[in-house]
Design a binder for this molecule. Structure first.
Ligand SMILES: [Zn+2]
Length: 218
């Protein structure tokens, strides 16, 4: 296993530079107060490397995180990163070897103050300390599951609206519409398994609101 950038910046103490895993003050509006990730403050365009052999799980956009890619290891652990400079050119299911470039560092999304890689690792769907995972081969205690303490990346949460029977799921720059609750539930099951978190119930909206949201997501 390796770090997700070629030469991770370090403090004189040897500790990784950049926001580590744990509680913190939000550095910018919309950033999380529980940082369920390790940040790597490296220049725009730095390759984002697969930390281990894996299969690409998803490539998506969120308003706060910008471009994301997530990968799943054969043991089921997942890793991913966001604020990527451009959409990674991988389809879900692509096989990536340890050290393969899977994206480029950037500063996309609103919850960023400059180019860096926001890097996450999940074990059984729970975010763990990536530095401990990579360097010590050990897992820190999972983030607290108290619902008042965000322990998941809220950046990944799409908007879900219902108008009549139609349910529409919209992220930044993408959307899916489902003609019935049944077809939505089938998709939802896959999404929830991939992301290790539950989606909220659809919000009922007016036809006007639905049009505006769909236009914004297109
Ligand atoms: Zn971060």
């Amino acid at each position: 296993m390796r770090h997700p950038v070629p030469s991770p910046p370090r403090k004189p103490s040897g500790e990784l530079a950049g926001s580590g895993f744990g509680p913190r003050e939000a550095p910018t509006e919309g950033a999380s107060t529980f940082h369920a990730a390790q940040d790597y403050p490296v220049g725009a365009g730095t390759p984002f490397l697969a930390i281990a052999d894996a299969v690409v799980q998803s490539v998506f956009w969120t308003d706060k995180g910008g471009w994301w890619i997530t990968c799943r290891r054969p043991n089921g652990d997942t890793f991913g990163g966001c604020h990527l400079r451009e959409k990674p050119a991988f389809k879900p299911g692509a096989v990536v070897k340890e050290g393969r470039t899977i994206g480029h560092v950037g500063s996309t999304g609103s919850a960023t103050t400059g180019p860096h890689l926001h890097f996450t690792v999940r074990v059984n769907g729970v975010a763990v300390d990536p530095a401990a995972y990579i360097e010590r081969g050990a897992l820190s205690a999972p983030a607290p599951s108290n619902p008042t303490t965000p322990n998941k990346e809220d950046e990944e949460m799409p908007l879900i609206i219902q108008y009549g029977k139609t349910i529409t799921v919209a992220g930044g720059g993408w959307k899916h519409s489902f003609p019935s609750r049944e077809s939505y539930d089938a998709w939802r099951g896959v999404w929830e398994e991939q992301h290790g978190q539950k989606l909220p119930e659809p919000k009922t909206v007016s036809a006007f609101t639905r049009k505006a949201i769909i236009r914004a997501a297109s």
